[in-house]
Design a protein around this ligand. Structure first.
Ligand code: GAP
Length: 445
């Protein structure tokens, strides 16, 4: 391992440990030893997850007249997964080492003739493992009652295309978006939440006339890049675009937005031109005609699809990875004797706590609690009265709270508070009457 690699794996450990300690993310069913590839989000994690989800929904659905929302079931008709190709093709080629019993995805091995763990050449013949998770619907557990947990949230969007279009009186071009759980029996879950077996996707399928397909592909690509820059504050050296050269036979173009996780570059989102593949397959398998009648030009067309697909869990991990920092210069400034402050420089829009109210003394609780109750109606707020003010700042830094409001002995008299900025650690006196405006502007609401 190079020095850089060691630094990166230490960073990953630090993020995992902070997530556990401060209640962002921890293993599911931990009292039973956990279950590989499943994660729970605690109080701060679930707040942050909800904030990212709401931001995505606002950007992709609420602010657009040509994108509709959907909330479909996780279990669909089993034939849907035949049509989508998942039952026949959604698999990884795996090999086992007979000596050390390690199991590998063949496409991830540097040398498929040798065990990547112990170097042995005693490997089993590669075998296909399907990633779909199986369940049964009804009282009998047999083939006939087999169903599948969806492996991607977009398939119901294709199945419901006509119902949504008619109900919402939409014409091409328009999109349908959905946020929801997806399940994959990943052979090798790893890198914290990056590859999980249960995760949340935020997907949008945009239906258009094939002639405008590439224009819309470029449009959505730009929109999504802008979102990461402007809303999630990703810096240019933190993300990059990977252009697919090998494309599925039906696809015209595909890019991935990759980010620099502590373990290396990894896919966060895909923007794909999927041609007419999905609707054509569901038309064939269901017998329902999913074509669109273009009355303006008097023709029936099978809409082309541009997809934007991002993992919510990976977005949270990306945000934590880019936000985590250990600041050595800052502590003396606030009179603390420890020499590092752990701070998450999270974008204020998605920080689990946006403003913390900290009375300088318990004697000020009554007025400070009133201020907190008022702020809590407009922001994700927290009240903390225990410990020295420096310790309370550190607690808030560690969970990424961008603003701490200190209510002091002058506050009742001059109707003002001190607002401390997480990143600059600068303090500013702000009138309580102006506080809401001040915070809204600083947060970017
Ligand atoms: N409908 C297209 C689709 O599902 P994908 O590349 O398989 O495409 C889209 O998944 C996004 O879902 C990925 O970019 C990633 O953010 C997220 N994702 C996929 N598999 C995941 C897993 N095992 N754990 C966490 N997130 C995952």
């Amino acid at each position: 391992m190079s020095e850089e690699d060691v630094k990166d794996s230490v960073l990953m450990e630090k993020i995992v440990s902070l997530c556990k300690r401060r209640g962002f993310i921890f293993p599911s069913s931990e009292i039973y030893g956990g279950i590989n590839g499943f994660w729970d989000y605690g109080p701060y994690g679930s707040r942050m997850k909800r904030a990212v989800e709401n931001l995505w929904w606002h950007e992709m659905v609420e602010t657009r007249d040509n994108v509709e929302g959907l909330d479909s079931t996780i279990i669909c008709h089993p034939r849907a997964w035949k049509a989508s190709g998942h039952l026949d093709q959604f698999s990884d080629l795996m090999t086992d080492c007979r000596d050390c019993k390690a199991r590998f995805r063949v496409d991830q091995m540097e040398d498929p003739t040798r065990c990547s763990n112990c170097g042995s050449k005693n490997l089993t013949e590669p075998r296909e493992f399907n990633l779909m998770m199986k369940t049964f619907v009804g009282p009998v557990f047999d083939e006939e009652h087999t169903a599948w947990l969806r492996a991607e949230s977009c398939q119901p969007i294709f199945m419901d295309f006509q119902s949504v279009r008619v109900a919402a009186r939409q014409k091409l071009p328009f999109g349908i978006a959905q946020i929801g759980k997806a399940f994959r029996n990943e052979i090798n879950p790893r890198n914290f939440t990056f590859r999980s077996r249960e995760f949340t996707q935020m997907e949008m399928e945009f239906f258009c006339d094939g002639e405008q397909g590439m224009e819309w592909f470029e449009y959505w690509k730009e929109q999504r890049i802008r979102y990461y820059r402007e809303k999630l504050g990703f810096k240019d050296d933190f993300f990059r675009i990977y252009v697919h050269e090998k494309l599925a036979h039906y696809a015209k173009a595909a890019i991935d937005i990759e980010v620099k996780f502590p373990f290396g570059w990894g896919e966060l989102e895909g923007v794909h031109h999927r041609g007419t593949w999905d609707l054509t397959r569901h038309s064939e398998f269901s017998g329902e005609d999913l074509q669109y009648m273009d009355h303006d030009n008097g023709r029936r067309i099978m809409p082309t699809v541009i997809e934007t697909s991002v993992g919510l869990d990976r977005t949270i991990l990306a945000l934590l990875s880019s936000a985590y920092d250990e600041d050595t210069a800052a502590t003396a400034k606030e009179g603390m004797d420890e020499d590092v402050r752990v701070v998450l420089h999270l974008p204020p829009l998605v920080a689990p706590v946006q403003v913390a109210v900290l009375p300088l003394s318990k004697k000020l609780s009554e007025n400070a609690e009133k201020l907190y109750a008022d702020l809590n109606r407009h922001f994700r707020a927290e009240y903390d009265v225990t410990g020295s003010i420096g310790k309370r700042y550190r607690r808030q830094d560690e969970i990424g709270t961008p603003f701490c409001v200190t209510f002091d002995f002058d506050s009742a008299g001059d109707n003002a508070v001190t607002v401390r900025n997480r990143d600059t650690m600068e303090q500013e006196r702000v009138s309580i009457d102006q506080l809401r405006n001040y915070l809204e502007e600083a947060i970017g609401i």
